[in-house]
Design a protein around this ligand. Structure first.
Ligand code: PAF
Length: 280
């Protein structure tokens, strides 16, 4: 597995892949990889001739007072995981090159970037989309692989690709969970043992919501309080939001008569966790 740092080197390797007629799958990450990331890399390796993984803790997507500085990093472990999952090329861009002087040019979308996680984290999705656009323009992959855990991110990035006619196919892979149901996330490493136990409340609440839905309840105004009760059983937990939304537009639904997804964001102590579950 090769490692490159500069955009120039990256482009040269990509040209060499293209000259051989090889297809390219791309997995953008912020590192501290877990099984969720590895499943994306494995799927990319199955579907494409070459797999590029980027590791970059993107300062543009962290707000003031958020965890940018303490975001977990483990480059050595990441290298091993990428290698064994089947990656061919690791891209480790440097801030001064990939962000540079920050010209004030950003990808911005009305409404969809400002609701749900965007309401709690102003500027977050603008930072995500801008970085992913930069990375896609450098890597120019055939496929972009994303994890379903960051549901709003997947909707926004699919919209960016569609609205700007970008020649890449977006593949969203299922969330990988711990045995008790907690969605894998690099931020789970912030949880102390007590908080780790409480964190399963997100999954429990979503399962409760789905169970009630499957029994025939269609009103979000009935389902939501039942989910909130599940979260409130944990004293360390504080709800940021619980919503049932349309999977394409993220518009909240009250009467759930078609496809919907439950989205949750909950603080466990000082750690904000998100998760989602399809209702269908
Ligand atoms: O999901 C992430 O880890 C990040 O938001 C991404 C897509 C790598 C952009 O920085």
């Amino acid at each position: 597995m090769e490692q490159v740092i500069t955009i120039k080197e990256m482009r040269a390797v990509i040209v060499s892949f293209r000259q051989k007629g090889e297809t390219i799958g791309f997995v953008p990450t912020m590192g501290f990889l877990h099984e969720g990331h590895c499943s994306l890399i494995r799927e990319a390796a199955r579907a494409c001739d070459r797999v590029v993984v980027s590791i970059f803790v993107n300062p543009l997507q962290f707000g003031p007072g958020e965890d940018f500085v303490r975001y977990p990093r483990d480059l050595k472990g990441d290298f091993e995981k990428c290698l064994s999952a089947g990656a061919h090329l690791l891209f480790l861009p440097e801030t001064r090159e990939i962000i540079g002087e920050n010209s004030g040019a950003f990808i911005r979308m009305d409404r969809i970037m400002d609701i749900l996680c965007g309401a709690s984290r102003p500027g977050h999705f603008q930072g995500v989309a801008t970085m992913v656009l930069k990375l896609l323009n450098i890597v120019q992959p055939d496929y972009l692989f994303l994890g379903a855990k960051d549901f709003q991110q997947t909707v926004i990035l699919k919209k960016m690709v569609r609205d700007f006619f970008m020649p890449v196919r977006v593949e969203v892979m299922p969330t990988v969970r711990e045995s008790d149901g907690l969605a894998m996330s690099s931020r789970n490493s912030y949880l102390n043992p007590e908080e780790r136990k409480s964190a399963v409340a997100l999954y429990r609440a979503m399962k409760k919501g789905k169970e009630v839905f499957l029994k025939g309840e269609r009103k979000a105004s009935v389902i939501k309080p039942l989910m909130e009760n599940e979260i409130r059983k944990e004293s360390a937990a504080r709800i940021d939001y619980i919503e049932m939304v349309s999977p394409e537009t993220l518009v909240p639904l009250d009467d759930i008569q078609r496809d919907a997804v439950i989205l949750v964001a909950v603080w466990i102590g000082k750690t904000r966790l998100i998760d989602n579950l399809k209702l269908s």
